[in-house]
Design a protein around this ligand. Sequence first.
Ligand code: SF4
Ligand code: SF4
Length: 146
Amino acid sequence: MRKAEIRREDLKPGEVLCSYCTARCCRYFALPIDKPKTWEDFDHMRWYIMHGTTSIFVDDDVWFLCVHGDCKHLQPDNMCGTYLTRPQICRDYTTDNCEYGNTGCYDKFFEAPEQLWEYAEAILPPKPQPRKKRGEVRLPSLPILG
Ligand code: SF4
Ligand code: SF4
């Protein structure tokens, strides 16, 4: 069972920080992605976060795609259900710099495609407009008669 919050520096010898945590590190994964430079890059990223519970965040100028979702082995008591066979990445992870007590503030955070597009509009030169094909004429819209 999870204990009440504690500050890292208040841990007693032999105590484990994870027993005070809601297993924050088991509820998402994030992959570094190339920093977007073009409209096409932003369009790809816009597509990423049209899917499920995803977001994009930037920390120290590194861009990440974040996929939110609990690990299938996470137990209701916030313990790992496959501890002895957990992946290496979980074994290598330590509490030294983990997100315990982290406020979740990033340099940039996008959770909706519209936010990402607004940011692109602010930093990129205007998006080139598609050229009209020869003979293509835009017709005025007609009033709808009832
Ligand atoms: S490593 Fe950090 S974030 Fe993960 S369960 Fe332990 S205290 Fe929580
Ligand atoms: S395998 Fe265990 S330690 Fe790794 S993310 Fe899943 S629940 Fe957490």
